[in-house]
Design a protein around this ligand. Structure first.
Ligand SMILES: Cc1ncc(COP(=O)(O)O)c(C=O)c1O
Length: 383
């Protein structure tokens, strides 16, 4: 049967690593998972309890396309709590994860063939979703001195209709401060390009508070999710904030593409927002793990990385040891029982020289993973 060219997107390599790790576990090996970009914890207890109660008395039919009004209002309230931004709930759209928000945003903002600039390294699915929608991803090679975030000088001479940024970013965990984000917003205004800010790792920040684009402008799309800070990856619920005059257009797209985000997940998400204690306990684990990684990676010979401001990753330059990060990750899995993600997922040009290590799992796992990394590198004479 015929197929489309735009459907021919690249695989998500981390999924292949996860499959290899699963296979190794099925063969009886003990694997430390530093590849997965998700919390090891469940949704907060209060969220699960709220859903159990709701299910006893609600048929859980479709919700309205923009999401449960109470959830939209609670998300708007979060902007007051986190950033002191007064946000109209009418601008909040509940989506099937931030992944669903990308589909809505790219469909609402761009016509076929238009170009969207994305920083490399960056979250791989931006590029693939753009391609699948007949849009052109424009990879912008970011510089280590800019902590692998795009800056206006990287973009000034390029033609594009949209710019997508992430702060904290995946895979680097680095953030854009208010000045850096403001400069990118100004450049987009000059170029009449749409500014889209992926803020999925907000809440998971260690020193400075992450800046939302909504502190700087209303003329932007902000995308967020319950997957990371709220520890609800598999629930598939996220949100997007858009300018007033875009809401109706998004509503029509959402009605037709998804009808609504999962009703059950919306109920759980609403309750999750008030489970502060449990969420902050998860943060204490990430904080401890980050400190262990910052100390342990250099001891294992991995010294080239920008210290992450947020999220739960270290993105490490391994060019001193290999020019084939995929093969290196395979050896790491086979010989040391540590799963890590080759950088090729995030940067097709330079990713053969990088690895991403996630520290989202338990502290005991991180300690064991670092010990195994050190042994693996010592056996090769790298430390
Ligand atoms: C930067 C970034 N954006 C979006 C996503 C997708 O998340 P969701 O579960 O909300 O679809 C991820 C997942 O890892 C991510 O790292």
């Amino acid at each position: 049967m015929r197929t489309s060219r735009r459907g021919a997107v690249d695989p998500f390599i981390v999924m292949d690593v996860m499959e290899a790790a699963r296979q190794a576990e099925a063969d009886g090996r003990h694997i430390i998972h530093m590849e997965v970009g998700q919390p090891g914890t469940a949704a907060p207890e209060g969220a699960r309890k709220a859903l159990t109660e709701a299910m006893a008395e609600d048929a859980m039919g479709y919700t309205v396309a923009l999401g449960l009004p109470a959830l939209r209002a609670r998300i708007a309230q979060l902007y007051g709590e986190w950033y002191n931004v007064d946000l109209d709930p009418a601008r909040v759209i509940v989506t099937p994860g931030s992944s669903g928000a990308f589909l809505l945003a790219f469909s609402a903002l761009f016509d076929a063939g238009e170009r969207v600039a994305i920083g490399a390294p960056g979250y791989p699915s931006y590029r693939q979703i753009l391609k699948a929608l007949s849009l052109q991803p424009l990879d912008v090679q970011t510089a280590p001195e800019n902590r692998l975030q795009p800056v206006p000088d990287d973009l000034r001479t390029l033609d594009f209709e949209g710019l997508m940024v992430a702060s904290p970013a995946n895979p680097t965990g680095t953030m854009l401060d208010s000045g850096a984000m403001g400069a990118l917003i100004d450049l987009c205004r000059e170029k009449d390009a749409a500014f889209i800010s992926d803020e999925i790792y907000h809440g998971i920040e260690y020193e400075a508070k992450a800046v939302t684009a909504l502190e700087l402008t209303d003329e932007c799309y902000v995308i967020n999710s319950f997957s990371k800070y709220f520890s609800m990856t598999g629930w598939r619920v996220g949100w997007m904030v858009v300018p007033d005059d875009h809401v109706r257009k998004i509503e029509r797209l959402a009605q037709n593409m998804f009808i609504c985000a999962s009703h059950a997940s919306q109920v759980a998400a609403l309750a999750a927002m008030d489970c502060r204690e449990e969420l902050e306990a998860n943060m204490a684990v990430y904080r401890a793990n980050r400190a262990l990684m910052a100390e342990g990676l250099p001891k294992a010979g991995f010294t080239q990385f920008a210290p992450p401001d947020g999220a739960f990753y270290f993105y490490v330059d391994v060019s001193a040891f290999t020019q084939d990060s995929r093969a290196f990750a395979r050896e790491l899995l086979e010989e040391a029982g540590v799963a890590a993600t080759p950088g090729l997922d995030f940067d097709p040009v330079r990713g053969h020289q990088t690895l991403r290590f996630s520290y989202a799992r338990s502290t005991a796992d991180i300690e064991e993973g670092l010990a195994r990394l050190k042994m693996f590198m010592a056996a090769r004479g790298f430390v």
